[in-house]
Design a protein around this ligand. Sequence first.
Ligand code: NI
Length: 167
Amino acid sequence: MALLPILRYPDPRLHTKAAPVKAVDAGIRKLAADMAETMYAAPGIGLAATQVDVHKRVIVIDVSEEKNRLMVFINPEIVWRDGECEGEEGCLSVPGIYETVQRSARVRVRALDAEGRPFELDAEDLLAVCIQHEMDHLEGKVFVEYLSRLKQTRIKAKLAKQARITA
Ligand code: NI
């Protein structure tokens, strides 16, 4: 396994729309394993392939306290959604920024697992939010794009300053 570099907003590659996975083969399983390792090391609760500059529809999530409930979603689709919720979100591609975003409170997602087997999952609360956040990445969308232009400009300036300090 290997740690993968995570793209930082406003890297334009984060706006790439990911392509469906045609076959869940050894390459995809390695990608999912490397993404999981990268997510745990960050540490984070979710990561989309887009964030590691691989434009395929793969996401990994683990919202458990113990970090022992890895979920891999390949070609995820939301087939049902219900209700609304509002919560503070962060993103490994937008370090140090936490902002409130509106999401569906409950979703049903259909996807393939790391073995290529289809499954459906009903999710709510943090898991539902995380699935929607990661699926946005596959569409080339970063959560700060739900915020006002002014806020986005401020976040870009803050991240540019951080990058200069750490460079
Ligand atoms: Ni994110």
